[in-house]
Design a protein around this ligand. Structure first.
Ligand SMILES: [Zn+2]
Length: 285
């Protein structure tokens, strides 16, 4: 599932390519992915001002009538921009074989631009959502998300206040988008390993120092992941020769049963918050 670093990467990439492009045609091949009746009507003749991100949500600001195209990638959504057979893709990345031929059976929406370039929305499991909203609805959508973890406002003090009177475990807390926006399974596990805190710890049991370490680790892990262009589990290289390489820095995610890189203890794979979770029984208290 694409998380904050993967979404941030594709948003930055698209901004280099898509700004000012005018839409000439829209092909909705799977109706239920699109949640607005005015979808095609609003898009045709409109142009893209810029791409933005809030949590794991992609927001395309449109030129006309203060409208926005929202893309929720969810589990397996991908956004693919194609120009002269060169592609820039982002989002879900476990299986990029389907990028070789476009469109394909996973291409559910295609947006055509007047210069001949195209934007595909591909989604294998079809949980993704595309919709058009106005400025007011956009604010409502944005309010569903908690704080942006890379904002200056997010710090130890903020996290301390946020977990006050809550009883969940810290992993469930980090995954909950209404508290902190953009963290999913990979970066929750990496954050907690770096902070030395067990994912099963209840938030009301955390010491001040542990809260500080978690807040710091969230920022450090996410920033490093964005620098590495996110985590991708394949050899996909985009049109500009870029590749998501945070997979090389993963210390804990996907390493259950292997040795801890810090202490050599065998890493445990458990289920926390309904998600497969890896942790070190020695390094994480
Ligand atoms: Zn360890």
């Amino acid at each position: 599932m694409p998380e904050l670093p993967e979404v941030e990467t594709i948003v930055q990439d698209l901004n280099k390519k898509i700004k000012g492009k005018r839409i000439s045609k829209v092909n909705v091949r799977l109706k239920r992915i699109v949640k607005s009746e005015n979808f095609v009507k609003v898009l045709i003749g409109n142009s893209v001002k810029e791409a933005l991100r809030r949590g794991k949500l992609i927001i395309f600001k449109l030129e006309k009538e203060n409208n926005y195209l929202l893309v929720h990638l969810r589990m397996t959504g991908q956004v693919i921009y194609q120009q002269n057979n060169r592609i820039t893709a982002g989002g879900h990345s476990d299986n990029n074989d389907n990028l070789k031929e476009l469109p394909n059976k996973h291409s559910h929406v295609i947006i055509y631009f007047t210069d001949g370039s195209k934007l595909f929305f591909n989604d294998q499991r079809q949980f993704g959502v595309l919709k058009i909203v106005n400025a007011k609805r956009l604010q409502e959508e944005k309010k569903k998300f908690g704080i942006e973890p890379l904002s200056r406002e997010f710090n130890t003090k903020y996290l301390e206040n946020l977990i006050k009177n809550k009883k969940k475990n810290i992993k469930a807390f980090l995954l909950d988008q209404k508290y902190i926006a953009g963290i999913g399974n990979i970066y929750a596990d990496e954050t907690l390993f770096r902070a030395g805190v067990s994912p099963t710890r209840r938030v009301d049991s955390l010491t001040k120092n542990e809260i500080k370490k978690i807040a710091e680790s969230v920022k450090i892990i996410l920033k490093k992941a964005i620098q590495a262009r996110g985590t991708t589990f394949n050899n996909y290289v985009d049109a500009d020769g870029n590749q998501g390489s945070f997979v090389n820095f993963l210390k804990i995610y996907g390493r259950g049963g292997k040795e801890c890189k810090k202490c050599k203890t065998i890493l445990k794979k458990i289920k926390v918050a309904g998600r497969g979770t890896v942790c070190c029984p020695k390094c994480q208290k």
